[in-house]
Design a binder for this molecule. Sequence first.
Ligand SMILES: [Zn+2]
Length: 78
Amino acid sequence: MERQRSFYNADKVEQLLQPTRFPSSVNRHEVYCGECGETFFLDQVRHEAYLRQYELTQENPFVCQRCDFENDESSYSG
Ligand SMILES: [Zn+2]
């Protein structure tokens, strides 16, 4: 039982830090995926990093996990 409880806590923290498809108490900053254009929400820290990167490159630096995964896949095949 103890082991299960700590597993769920860890899982919850992990989820809060990830970009989400809908705004949450932590993820309040709306961004668009540069690849698929889907809307995601970032927490304060990630959003600040996103804005800094955006100012540097003038390009949308955010790519959602799914597109990021697909980019990895395609980079292997050439
Ligand atoms: Zn995407």
